[in-house]
Write a protein that binds this ligand. Sequence first.
Ligand code: NAD
Length: 364
Amino acid sequence: MADLEMHVVPAATLETFVADIFYKAGCERVEAERISYHLMGANLTGHDSHGIIRTPRYVQWLQEGKVHAGQKLTIQTESPTHAVVDGNYGFGQSIGPLAVDLGIQKAKAAGMSIIALRHSGHIGRIGDWAERAAAQGLVSIHFVNVAGGELVAPYGGVDRRFSTNPMCVGVPAMGDEPMLLLDFATSMVAEGKVLVASNGGKPLPEGALIEPDGTLSTNPTTLYGPLTPSGPRDAGAGKGALRAFGDHKGSGIAFMCEILAGVLTGGETSGPIPGGKRGQISNGMFSIYLDPTHFGAEGFAARAAEYARYVKASRPSEPGVAVQVPGEKEAHTRAERLANGVPLQLQTWQALLNVAERLGVPAP
Ligand code: NAD
């Protein structure tokens, strides 16, 4: 994206603008600000694909009744160490914190907990939720699926069977060091990266997409069909699929995300489900919260940080390019963007201005 013309907006200005859009679209002020805060969290960590670029699509979903404002969790069943909860198709930025806080509360009391969340609106960047748990001293592990969001072909196949099914592991930070945070989609690229590429952004890596005849592709039309210059992209319009990363191994993790987050939560998997609400995208998230003190792991955060330093001390394969540990890149990007502003592709900025104008929100 480096050679593209970008519009740089101070983080605070952008956060207020996006909150104003959700407020005018029908959310209470506090929810509008929460949605904006979490979308900005993705931009600040460099995951623009899950940031404010989603605003026009979220507003469209709200207006179409595919996501609902002002929702809370419904607890289906619970014990001191687990809960199965339904997000009632509320905004993921509202449902996510409630589910995570329930997991934190139970893990602090019992040493560990599992929260099986179903039917949440899009919960965005999963690292946000691991960061929330790590801030309370907890390790967390998350497996996520996207019911109604079939996008990814399984290893050896061409037909879509999974969504981009992210998994995430977060480890509390030691002092000022960045927290250790592994957070990735199990597709070779997240769908949002195809979205970014379709707007003229960073091209897709070789083999990211596959056509129905098995030909590999890097062309976003494989996923979206013919592209219009602006407006929401429809991933249902293309005939091809994203590919899982890491051959049979990544495809296997994507499969297990469906089983844990789609089936064990009592929610829905990717694919046609009799009686399921097709066309209504929802995230399932199967989360495990662990209190290191419960495991007798003396000085856990310090020992984890020490090991991270050892890993980083591996001699670089490319001279001058240091080994990084999970979460490091995001921490650097956040510091840089908070200081210098958030760069947006011109199409992303224009799409934001368009939705703002429709809703009568003045541009900053
Ligand atoms: P990615 O490919 O950028 O990988 C990110 C991970 O790799 C991070 O843990 C990062 O610290 C680590 N990393 C990056 N460069 C590294 C390096 N040089 N050395 C060591 N580690 C490195 O991420 P992605 O697959 O594009 O996913 C982007 C985001 O999309 C994630 O936050 C994910 O949660 C989110 N997502 C959400 C959904 C959903 O349905 N809500 C679906 C898919 C993806």
